[in-house]
Design a binder for this molecule. Structure first.
Ligand code: DI6
Ligand code: FE
Length: 397
């Protein structure tokens, strides 16, 4: 196997405790798609090829751990309605919102879903993303939920990127089941989940715990099925109100609870005990012009790992820039630039239950982003600027 050395780098390994983003001068040795060695350039082992990075910054490849990348249509019309004063919940109650995207997604073929998601995926990849999570949740019938997950898998074949899927059948109650929520859960959501699991289409199970979506008791039913199928869980929790999702996620040992604008210090304490990652989604906070930010200080104090993601979706977060998510995480939520970087690398890996990405250390996958910047803070600091110089996926540029 050939050994490739990247020398003369400034490396942010993200291996330190918490969210330290300290820079070390050095080299990374890659073999067989994995990192074999990290250390000072002068002490590097023999390699077949050597590339001088001339002081460029190397971070782990970015991980976008919460997206709804696969969907039909767009909702630019709703954007205009919200600007004119309608709230996200008003639009949802009037049959727009998620239901509008459900109609467009049901009408889309597998090929359509892949083709329309590819430009969004390419934007993420263009900013150094090497792992992306993609959810279902705009089908809300068995066939379309499965088709969304198939599209997500196809995206992972179409591009050099690792795709992790989450089944999100409990995203909204579709219009045809408004009068019988229990029937939706038992006749559509749970059977779809079983089929997705059997076909190997779901890596995790997600839900939307909210007044306009599902109650903690309803989500618990879905989580019980996930457990029976051996799948990890995660949850959209406390986004628009405090509905009890964060505590449920912690009780169930969820990988992550996501959004969390209305989470409390008590929720933070329970999440810390359970090791549940807080996934912060400033794109949705910004788009919905929310006034209540997630309790970052409480998460920090309790020792909850904080991840950051785009939440790329056609309604509340039409965002395809993890770098802008980092900037917003700092400016809107008060993260430090170091926390923002850990949020799209080390902690995002944890939110997906992955232990071979998100850090630069021997044994980890050689998923790397090389940036034309001097300091890691620059990644979060600039707005609308992309300094990616090169990206390695499994050691391949
Ligand atoms: N919370 C969100 O922000 C997205 N889903 C969710 O549960 C929004 C989905 C949409 O508006 O289409
Ligand atoms: Fe989401």
């Amino acid at each position: 196997m050939s050994r490739a050395l990247l020398s003369g780098a400034r490396i942010v390994t993200l291996t330190g405790p918490g969210s330290q983003a300290s820079v070390t001068e050095g080299a990374v040795l890659v073999e067989g798609g994995r990192i074999l060695w990290v250390g000072p350039s002068g002490a590097a082992p023999e390699a077949d090829t050597v590339r001088d990075l001339e002081g460029r910054l190397v971070t782990p490849g970015l991980i976008d751990c919460h997206t709804h990348l696969v969907h039909g249509g767009h909702r630019a019309g709703e954007f205009a309605r919200r600007l004119a004063g309608a709230s996200y919940a008003d639009i949802a109650r009037a049959g727009g919102g998620i239901a509008a995207t459900v109609a467009a997604t049901r009408a889309a073929s597998l090929d359509d879903l892949v083709a329309t998601a590819l430009p969004r995926l390419d934007r993420l990849i263009g900013e150094g993303v090497t792992t992306v999570e993609i959810k279902s949740g705009y089908g809300l019938d068995i066939e379309t939920e499965l088709r969304m997950l198939q599209a997500a898998r196809a995206l992972g074949q179409a591009r050099a990127v690792r795709v992790r899927t989450s089944f999100l059948g409990a995203h909204a109650v579709p219009p045809e089941f408004k009068a019988d929520r229990a029937a939706y859960l038992h006749e559509v959501c749970l059977p779809a989940l079983r089929r997705a699991a059997k076909a190997g289409l779901a890596d995790a199970v997600d839900g939307f715990c909210e007044g306009i979506a599902f109650s903690p008791a309803e989500i618990a039913t879905v989580f019980a099925e996930a457990k029976a199928l051996g799948l990890p869980v995660k949850l959209h929790a406390e986004q628009l109100s405090h509905a009890g999702g964060a505590a449920l996620a912690a009780r169930e040992g969820a990988l992550s609870a996501d959004h969390l604008e209305y989470a409390t210090p008590e929720d933070a304490a329970q999440m810390a005990r359970a090791g549940t990652v807080a996934v912060l989604l400033p794109g949705a906070f910004y788009t919905l012009r929310e006034a209540t930010a997630p309790p970052v200080a409480a998460f920090r104090k309790a020792g909850v790992a904080m991840a950051l993601a785009t939440d790329c979706n056609p309604g509340s977060s039409p965002l395809t820039s993890p770098l802008l998510a980092m900037n917003m995480g700092c400016t809107l939520f008060g993260l430090t630039p170091g926390e923002a970087l850990a949020g799209v690398t080390r902690h995002a890996a944890r939110a997906l239950g992955l232990d071979d990405v998100g850090q630069i250390a021997p044994g980890f996958r050689a998923d790397l982003a090389i940036w034309d910047v001097e300091a890691p803070e620059e990644l979060a600091y600039r707005i609308g600027f992309n300094p990616l110089w090169e990206r390695f996926f499994g050691g391949i540029a």
